[in-house]
Design a protein around this ligand. Structure first.
Ligand SMILES: Cc1cc2nc3c(=O)[nH]c(=O)nc-3n(C[C@H](O)[C@H](O)[C@H](O)COP(=O)(O)O)c2cc1C
Length: 172
């Protein structure tokens, strides 16, 4: 039977939250994914992570991310999804970094054939919404069908039940 995969990137450490820098023990997308998983218990969860970690210092991390964006980097990931064929729907979560997903999302999308699959994107942010992410991830996974996607204010990750329901509705 076709299944759903929830794949996400999330970074712990200092981040920009409602105008000030705070330390997040758990990344916003990680919190959101726990909420999705609670409503979709049969879905598998895969954390997209890079071999080389970003600095936990927000000001350093934004410069690292900017440099990777400029270089169109494809950072190496720590793991691969076993048997992507078994999934017909992929819920894909990521933060907005400089208006786009982290480059790790492009490494992920370019590692598999998503033809015929549905990808439901969601993006947590601090004001920029989905940014230009939908157009860019569309180009990185030709053949996939993308839903409209859902933007979630990262600072509100712990109480984003309405947006989580929108994600699940797009996955159905
Ligand atoms: C490197 C970096 C760049 C960011 N750039 C933006 C941005 O351009 N626009 C925005 O709204 N938020 C930006 N943010 C804030 C994050 O998108 C937001 O805090 C998100 O919820 C983080 O998710 P995470 O904790 O799961 O990694 C940036 C954060 C970082 C660390």
């Amino acid at each position: 039977m076709a299944k759903t995969l929830i794949a996400f990137y999330s970074r712990r450490g200092q981040n920009y939250v409602d105008g000030s820098i705070r330390n997040l023990e758990k990344g916003n997308n990680e919190v959101i994914v726990e909420k999705i998983k609670a409503l979709l218990p049969d879905a598998d969860v895969f954390q997209i992570d890079t071999v080389k970690k970003y600095s936990p210092d927000y000001m350093v991390c934004i410069e690292e991310a900017k440099e990777e964006l400029r270089a169109k980097a494809r950072p190496q990931l720590t793991a691969k999804v076993e048997n992507m064929d078994q999934y017909d729907t992929i819920i894909l979560g990521y933060p907005n970094w400089w208006g786009l997903p982290p480059m790790a999302i492009f490494t992920f999308l370019e590692s598999y054939d998503f033809s015929g699959k549905t990808i439901v994107p969601f993006c947590s942010h601090e004001g920029s919404g989905l940014g230009g992410s939908i157009r860019q991830i569309n180009m990185a996974a030709p053949g996939a069908k993308f839903t409209a996607g859902v933007a979630i204010h990262g600072a509100a990750a712990s109480h984003c039940d309405r947006e989580v329901k929108q994600i699940i509705a797009q996955a159905e």
